[in-house]
Structure formats: structure tokens, C-alpha cells
Design a protein around this ligand. Structure first.
Ligand code: SF4
Length: 421
């Protein structure tokens, strides 16, 4: 008989061990289910294991679901970029357990003598791979840029905050003059996503990055964007980063910057990561020379989207209009689909997402794990979920269905360069 995966726990001194008599469980929405061996891959290099405080491990024993009591804490894995979590960590929270920080908590188990996770690799691009970064060189380049551009606040923001404080790979790639480089422009947002990584009001959870605290000038943007686009391999600059709010709130600034950049160079891709709230602004950016847009969604359903994004001066219909505008303008369109097992693969969401794809024909779906405390997300969105009573089909099944039904769509995690001049 083939052995089944067993539960991974942390003992009272924090050592991560397996609990061999208890079969591993994972979470899909509110469902706690055994982890199927067919979903497992060895724990990817670059993953981080988390001990989940105030959360007791759960698994399946001979008598059914079993809780560890205070003996063991639950453990989860944070996966490196490019991997999609198919099942989240299963645990029982203690009363008044504080919310977990903003990460994705993938289930982890012990199988065939090593750690495994229910996940798939969706993107093989190594551009965020720690092995690709010589940090000594990055730091030397930051110092050199600071001397060369002493007045450019974007250089100090991306160098001193993004690289040195937060270890942002895109920002490091700016200083290494390669691939996708960030240009942060907006200190404000018109949404209040529950899991926003750059602003949290609740006080119980910390934003993982600080927002930019100034608005750059066109000159500051152009000064770093043009040399990057002219020289970098697979050159790309992106507005809309983890260290800012919504870039479309700085539409005029971006429009002027794009015009100036395109006056100086036709090379490389100009891209924006956005919540897609202002279709008219996207139209103007496309006229100015924007090449590519990535629109973020936690859901393709109005209510579920609104429950999480908590939009202020726009609605989900505006986001759909942005898809339409981008399609008409011939932009490369990616959906940044923030996945959550049990919600994203719920049949109501699956049906509605396929309709969105059919209608707006995005070129790419970026499958990204939603970084949030699972129970926090479920409690926030539960009222808006119309179909969670059914058994979810599985994110792996959803991805393979979309591959079959929409064979032209690219699947991945990273923004691809789409203009190679
Ligand atoms: S749209 Fe982006 S910046 Fe705005 S609240 Fe949501 S995650 Fe934060």
C-alpha cells in the first residue's frame, strides 16, 4: 500500500517535525480535506516555513479529523514566485488569535521522506530567483547611482527602501540594468483591499512595504526609465509597484512621462500594474505609448471583488470597461488573478471567470497566491460568495480547463516583455 502524506507540525520548542500517525490535511475555503498525493511536489527551493502561532495543527487519524491540542502548532509554507498553492494550511485557531501577517499559507506535509507541498509551478522565468542576484554588485550599483543622480528621489526610494529594506527583486534589476524595472509614482489609492501590502489601517496586521511618500516629477521618471529601456536585456519598465498605491491616480504624470520616454526611445516595453479603475485614463496612456497592462482581480464577480477591494470612487464595472478599452487599444493584457483555494475554484467563480476571458480575451493570466490570513479572507468575503457550498473543482483542474478551452492564453507569474525594439 502506498503511504499517504503525513502532517507537519511544530513542537513546543518550535522544532518542525512530522506527526507520523496523522494524515495531512489542507484547507479549501472552509473545507478541511485530506491532501491528495497527486497534488504534491517537493518543497521548492527558496520556500519559507512558518510556525503559525495560536493555531493548532489538524490532520486525519483513524477516527477522522484530529486536532493536536496545545502539543503542536500548525505549520505552513510560503512558496517562491512562480508557484501556485493548491491547498492552504489546515489548523484550528485559538479564540482571539491575532490575524496572520500578509503571506500565503500553503499546506505542507511529509511524504516519501521529505517535505512536500500541494502546488504547481506556473512560471519558470528565473528573474526573481535569489541565485540570479549578486547583492554585492547591486549595492555597489546603488551607491554609484546615488552619486550620479543625487537629486533623483526615485533612485533613493528604489535603492534604499525597495532593495535594501524590502529586498525587492524588480528594484534590484533596475540597478543591474536588466529585465523589468519599477517606477513607483502613486502614494494614494482608490481602493482599500483587505490584504493591501502597502497600507493597513486595522492595526492588527502590518503592511509589508511602506508606500512611496512623494510624487516624482516627469524628469525623475525619464532619467531612470530611458537608459533602462535603451540598454537592458528584455527591457521593461512598470508603473504600479508593491511600494505604492494605484498608479492611475497619477494618470497625467504617467501620460506625460510616457510621451517624453517615447520621444527619446522606442525600445522596450512600457507597462502598468493596476486595479483598472479608470478606463478613460488607460485610453490616454495607450495613446501616449503604453504597451502592456496588468489588471488585478481577486474575483470576476462584482460582489466578491467589491468585498475585497472596497472600492472608493470606482466600481467593478469600471474595471470591466478598462479591459474593453485595453482590448480596443491593442494593449497586451494580463489578468493578475489573486488565487485562494476554495474561492477561485468554486464553480460560480469558475463560470464567471471563463466568461470574462471569453469576452475580453486577455493574452495572459498571472496566477498569484493571495497573501492574506485565510480565515480573515473567508470572513471578509463570505457574504459575497454565492457558491461556496459546492465542492471546489481544484485550482489545478481550473488551470488545465482554461489551458484546454483557451489555448492561446499564456499562463505565468511574471510580466513578459512584449515589445522588443
Ligand atoms: S489596489 Fe493595490 S494599492 Fe490599492 S488598496 Fe488594493 S492592493 Fe493596495
Amino acid at each position: 500500500m502506498n503511504a499517504l502524506p503525513t502532517t507537519v507540525v511544530a513542537d513546543q520548542s518550535g522544532h518542525i517535525i512530522d506527526w507520523p500517525e496523522i494524515k495531512a490535511a489542507g484547507r479549501s475555503g472552509r473545507l478541511i480535506i485530506p491532501i491528495a498525493p497527486g497534488l504534491l511536489i517537493p518543497l521548492p527551493e527558496g520556500s519559507t516555513l512558518y510556525l503559525l502561532p495560536h493555531r493548532r495543527a489538524i490532520g486525519f487519524g483513524n477516527a477522522g479529523m484530529q486536532e493536536s491540542g496545545k502539543k503542536y502548532s500548525a505549520v505552513a509554507a510560503f512558496l517562491p514566485p512562480g508557484y501556485v498553492a493548491l491547498s492552504l494550511a489546515a489548523y484550528k485557531s485559538e479564540k482571539n488569535a491575532p490575524p496572520l501577517p500578509l503571506f500565503c499559507y500553503c499546506a505542507i506535509c511529509w511524504y516519501k521522506g521529505k517535505f512536500h507541498v500541494p502546488a504547481i509551478r506556473i512560471d519558470h522565468d528565473p528573474k526573481h530567483d535569489p541565485a540570479c542576484f549578486d547583492m554585492k554588485k547591486v549595492n555597489m550599483e546603488i551607491n554609484r547611482w546615488l552619486r550620479k543622480h543625487p537629486k533623483n528621489r526615485l533612485v533613493s526610494h528604489h535603492g534604499l527602501n525597495c532593495v535594501r529594506k524590502y529586498g525587492c527583486p524588480n528594484a534590484a534589476n533596475l540597478f543591474l540594468k536588466r529585465w523589468e524595472a519599477p517606477i513607483a509614482v502613486s502614494n494614494a489609492c482608490n481602493a482599500a483591499c483587505k490584504g493591501c501590502i502597502s497600507k493597513q489601517k486595522s492595526g492588527s496586521v502590518q503592511a509589508s512595504q511602506e508606500r512611496i511618500d512623494f510624487i516624482p516629477t516627469v524628469d525623475e521618471i525619464v532619467e531612470i526609465a530611458v537608459p533602462h529601456l535603451e540598454k537592458a536585456p528584455r527591457a521593461m519598465i512598470s508603473f504600479g509597484q508593491g511600494c505604492e498605491g494605484e498608479p492611475l491616480l497619477r494618470g497625467e504624470l504617467i501620460e506625460s512621462a510616457i510621451r517624453e520616454i517615447r520621444r527619446k526611445t522606442k525600445r522596450g516595453t512600457i507597462h502598468i500594474n493596476t486595479n483598472g479603475s479608470f478606463p478613460e485614463i488607460v485610453k490616454r496612456l495607450a495613446h501616449a505609448g503604453l504597451d502592456s497592462i496588468r489588471i488585478s482581480l481577486n474575483s470576476s464577480q462584482h460582489d466578491l471583488y467589491s468585498a475585497y477591494y472596497r472600492c472608493r470612487n470606482y466600481s467593478f464595472d469600471d474595471v470591466l470597461r478598462t479591459f474593453s478599452v485595453a482590448q480596443k487599444a491593442g494593449l497586451w493584457i494580463s489578468v493578475n488573478y489573486l488565487t485562494f483555494p476554495g474561492t477561485t475554484d468554486d464553480i460560480t467563480e469558475v463560470t464567471s471567470f471563463k466568461k470574462l476571458i471569453h469576452k475580453y480575451k486577455p493574452h495572459m493570466i498571472q496566477w498569484r497566491n493571495l497573501n492574506i490570513d485565510p480565515e480573515w479572507y473567508i470572513n471578509t468575503t463570505e457574504q459575497a460568495c454565492t457558491g461556496t457550498s459546492a465542492t471546489p473543482i481544484g485550482l489545478d483542474v481550473l488551470i488545465s480547463q482554461i489551458r484546454k478551452q483557451f489555448p492561446k492564453i499564456r499562463h505565468g507569474y511574471f510580466n513578459p516583455p512584449v515589445r522588443h525594439l
